[in-house]
Design a protein around this ligand. Structure first.
Ligand SMILES: Nc1ncnc2c1ncn2[C@@H]1O[C@H](COP(=O)(O)OP(=O)(O)OP(=O)(O)O)[C@@H](O)[C@H]1O
Length: 253
């Protein structure tokens, strides 16, 4: 493959993974550059999610090596990846419906104030920080006190992404972030992804939406049957070429 460039934030070499007779990943080399949006595309079952899950500690690869932020990174579980600065925004959003926007943003990283031997949740500080984060990322929700179950799909997706940024992610991995959204909400979430990039956050985006990939990504990786079959700068490819690479009509590597 193309050698990983100096500004690589995450990479893997020779990554393989099988499940009970299915070779889901076969000797995959991949990299994502710092501060860029990197897309991974491919047909159903191509191995996109398995690749991402191996990179963020959900699956243990059978073989191969990975690096993150300049260091070897064999994450044993997603918490280790999170500690290192990788947040994953899943298709089935991990938000708690009955909690407020603020509570979701600070889930498992609540701000605590200590007075003598006592510890209190500092709701004022969390409200202020939540408000500042939403406004910095131009996310519109009725209030930080709104229950997440009252929000639209696009607002919920935005809160998930916002939580990743609030947690200090250097890299946010998104698996089909707009698959369930309408046109306007998709545009809002795409705007947010672009703002992450402007803030210097690196993004890996799995998407079936070619137009979206061409609009957002700088580098596009194409997978087929568990392998990377091509990688392209978005500026040097076209929707037609990507379709040909995905289906195997083009064998260019
Ligand atoms: N936990 C698992 N157990 C068994 N097989 C699995 C598991 N996860 C993935 N696979 C298989 O591995 C292959 C790659 O699946 P993967 O989900 O990575 O593809 P994908 O490109 O993300 O597809 P999609 O776009 O449909 O999500 C498929 O054949 C899939 O059925």
């Amino acid at each position: 493959m193309t050698d990983a460039p100096a500004d690589t934030i995450l990479s893997c070499t020779g990554l393989s993974k099988h499940f009970a007779g299915i070779r889901a990943l076969n000797n995959v080399d991949f990299f994502a550059r710092r501060g860029e949006i990197t897309a991974v595309i491919g047909d159903n079952g191509a191995g996109k999610s398995t690749l991402i899950r191996c990179l963020v500690g959900v699956h243990t690869p059978d073989s191969g090596s990975t690096t993150f932020d300049g260091k070897p990174s064999a994450f044993g579980n997603p918490d280790d990846a999170r500690q290192a600065g990788i947040e994953t925004v899943h298709q089935n959003l991990a938000l708690v419906d009955e909690l407020t926007v603020m509570q979701n943003l600070f889930l498992n990283r609540e701000i605590v104030r200590r007075i003598g031997p006592f510890a209190f949740l500092d709701r004022g500080a969390m409200r202020r920080e939540a408000g500042a984060l939403l406004s910095r990322l131009s996310i519109n929700v009725p209030s930080v006190k709104s229950r997440v179950r009252r929000l639209s799909g696009g607002q919920r997706q935005a809160i998930s992404i916002c939580r990743a940024v609030g947690a200090g992610a250097k890299l946010v991995v998104m698996d089909e972030p707009t698959a369930a959204l309408g046109v306007q909400e998709t545009a809002n979430v795409e705007g947010l992804i672009t703002r992450l990039k402007a803030e210097g956050v690196s993004v890996i985006l799995i998407s079936h939406n070619f137009d979206q990939v061409m609009r957002l990504a700088s580098q596009i990786w194409v997978m087929r049957a568990g392998q990377v079959v091509a990688t392209r700068r978005a500026s040097e490819t076209s929707g037609n070429e990507l379709v040909a690479l995905i289906t195997g009509a083009s064998r260019a590597a």
